[in-house]
Design a protein around this ligand. Structure first.
Ligand code: ADP
Length: 411
């Protein structure tokens, strides 16, 4: 049996199943079968030459078995140069180093992370440039062979990229606006509460003064002052309630795969990094892979830290390196770090970096890091900053790690 994958005009994947009759074991039938197989392979080749989309078929070691002409063109390789090579060559770090591990993990566990799901990932052309792409992977399994077929959509086209990224981003920015609003409400609440308390005290004082004055309208005045003081108190309560509501937030914590969470946030945050000459490296500790977290909120923390790091590096002529790492810490905590080789912290803001409205940027709101702190602390973690040895800054935060047993429980 030979399975031929085919893309229909609307981009759906169709499988053409070519059944070869089980051949009795004699020479004539075997050669008939060989002929039929040859014909099937020729058909596959012709499909691969003509399909408008990029398709790559790999074996279970990641070796490129065959690929469509469109795929060769998309990745900037001349005909026949890619066949036989490892597919990891078509991706930037960290996928490049990790792809064999992903494949082995899938073959060992059967856990699907991309197969049949489809995700936005980054592809790397022969000349080293990268581009966003949508990848769907199908699986071909027969008695003795195991192949994977990747269907690739180039998202370089501005509009497509934007809509796909917007989809990703909208979740994060929705949360971000919500939290930014919360931070503002919280600061406002603090600022407004003090004058409200003062108003209330003055009113009570005036009421007491009125007690000493006789007159026709004093009872009415006293009553009016009392009501005004009640209203001032009420305004204070409303603001306190708003603060409590914001502090509670609407977070949904689940057991999440930290590596995947970081990869997804990075895809979004690192748009434009390569063009700015920023190299990115990831170091994932396999013992720190599961955390208890609200995915969107932690992605928001990462996007904030990564964008801040990129912004500061773009301003400096140094070597521009971003290092993102995870590490299993003490007592079930997992530590995530985002390090840059930028100019380091400005002394005037260093001590109050995580307070709202602290910024050195002309157009900055100074809310990013205070939002990060609110989110991390709501997760039971801590966030802090250190100077990076050799120049630059390292932001670190902790999250509660989760155990495999919990993960299985949570399913
Ligand atoms: P904003 O980005 O709007 O200024 P943030 O709260 O995200 O708000 O950052 C506050 C300030 O912290 C920035 O204005 C900048 O001075 C400093 N900062 C943040 N990240 C870095 C970094 N990676 N390196 C140096 N300074 C940083």
């Amino acid at each position: 049996m030979v399975n031929l994958p085919l893309l229909s005009a609307d981009g759906d994947v169709k499988w053409i199943l070519h059944s070869l009759e089980a051949a009795p074991d004699d020479g004539r039938d075997r050669s008939a079968m060989a002929l039929a197989l040859d014909a099937a392979e020729a058909r596959l080749r012709s499909i691969l030459q003509t399909v408008p989309d990029a398709m790559i078929i790999i074996d279970d070691c990641g070796r490129i078995e065959s690929l469509s002409t469109t795929a060769e063109r998309l990745f900037g390789y001349p005909t026949a140069e890619l066949a036989g090579r490892n597919v990891s060559q078509l991706m930037p770090s960290p996928d490049r180093e990790q792809h064999d591990v992903y494949l082995r993990r899938y073959l060992a566990t059967g856990e699907r992370r991309i197969i049949g799901i489809g995700r936005i990932v980054v592809g790397q052309r022969k000349d080293g440039t990268t581009f966003p792409m949508h990848l769907t992977v199908g699986e071909l399994r027969s008695a003795e062979r195991h192949y994977f077929t990747g269907f690739i959509r180039d998202l370089t086209d501005q509009q497509l990229t934007e809509t796909r990224l917007k989809e990703l981003q909208s979740e994060v920015t929705h949360m971000s606006r919500y939290t930014a609003l919360g931070e503002m409400a919280s600061t406002l609440a603090h600022e407004i509460n003090q004058p409200l308390t003062a108003i209330s005290n003055y009113l009570r004082g005036s009421q007491r003064l009125l007690d000493r004055i006789e007159g026709e309208s004093t009872p009415m005045l006293r009553d009016a002052l009392g009501k005004a003081a009640d209203q001032a108190l009420r305004a204070g309560h409303i603001i306190r309630r708003l603060r409590e509501f914001v502090a509670r937030g609407e977070s949904e914590r689940r057991i999440e795969n930290l590596t995947r969470l970081i990869e997804d946030a990075s895809t979004l945050a690192l748009v434009g990094a390569r063009e700015a000459g920023i190299s990115v490296s990831f170091q994932f500790d396999p013992n720190a892979d599961l955390v208890l977290a609200d995915r969107i909120q932690i992605q928001q923390v990462l996007v904030n830290l990564i964008r801040n790091a990129m912004e500061v590096m773009i301003e400096t002529p140094n070597d521009r390196r971003l290092e993102i790492a995870t590490a299993a810490g003490a007592s079930d905590l997992v530590e995530v770090s985002v390090a840059d080789t930028g100019s380091g912290l400005a002394p005037e803001v260093a001590s109050q970096l995580f307070q709202p409205f602290v910024t050195t940027k002309r157009k900055g709101m100074g809310l990013g890091l205070s939002i990060c702190r609110t989110i991390v602390e709501a997760h039971g973690g801590k966030i802090w900053v250190e100077d990076r040895p050799g120049g630059g800054t390292v932001f670190r935060f902790t999250l509660r790690g989760a155990q495999i047993e919990e993960a299985e429980h949570g399913r």
